[in-house]
Design a protein around this ligand. Structure first.
Ligand SMILES: Nc1nc2c(ncn2[C@@H]2O[C@H](COP(=O)(O)OP(=O)(O)OP(=O)(O)O)[C@@H](O)[C@H]2O)c(=O)[nH]1
Ligand SMILES: [Zn+2]
Length: 184
């Protein structure tokens, strides 16, 4: 749970640290605004994706389900700058499917916390394997990291692509190629 008072105190100290006047009109409400914003940006910290993924439906069709272009915004844990992009999720059902919104909700749970992209990719795949128990899962994330564009090495337009395969996707090139075909 977010401790709003602590965040407000920290932001005030931070403003002083960068040489700002924390009491000037434009900044006076900023500690409160940032603590409210943190409740939104880091909402995933108190959440369990299993709550969403537990609502399953019986389905006779065990063909691959793919949800692509799930937009997300996260924050890199090294610099606390945004990274954002698209997640693509495919799974092969084993007699049951999950409501399509629940895949996007799972992305939200893991994006809304301090993250690194590789870990987020694996966490989404592992949670779907654990809760839905499909025959296989594949997750790909394509993202731009602001810590690489507005500071540091400054390379705007660079996209980082990560992917994770679980179950039947692990050693099956044909399934992986179907995934790549569908997301393009
Ligand atoms: N693997 C991975 N690295 C990330 C992610 N987000 C940010 N980074 C990188 O984390 C690294 C942190 O490197 P450090 O050398 O500790 O920090 P730094 O001196 O600020 O690094 P520079 O960005 O190169 O200036 C940087 O290379 C970032 O680009 C991510 O999601 N995954
Ligand atoms: Zn970073």
């Amino acid at each position: 749970m977010i401790d709003e008072k602590k965040i407000e105190q920290a932001v005030r100290l931070f403003l002083e640290g960068i040489g700002e006047d924390a009491d000037r009109e434009g900044l006076a409400e900023t500690p409160r605004r940032i603590s409210t914003m943190c409740s939104e940006l880091f909402a995933g910290l108190g959440q369990d994706a299993g709550e969403h993924l537990a609502r399953t439906f019986q389905a006779d069709n065990n063909e691959m389900v793919l949800e692509r272009d799930i937009t997300f915004y996260s924050v890199c844990e090294h610099h606390f700058l945004p990274f954002y992009g698209k997640a693509h999720i495919a799974y092969i059902p084993d007699g049951k499917v999950v409501g399509i919104s629940k895949l996007a909700r799972t992305v939200e749970v893991y994006a809304r916390r301090p993250q690194i992209q590789e870990q987020m990719t694996a966490q989404i795949a592992d949670d779907i394997m654990k809760n839905l128990k499909p025959k296989g899962v594949m997750v790909m994330i394509e993202a731009e990291h602001m810590c690489m564009t507005m500071r540091g090495v400054k390379k705007p337009g660079t996209t980082t692509v990560t992917h994770v395969c679980r179950g039947e996707f692990e050693n099956n090139e044909s399934l992986k190629n179907t995934f790549f075909h569908f997301i393009r």
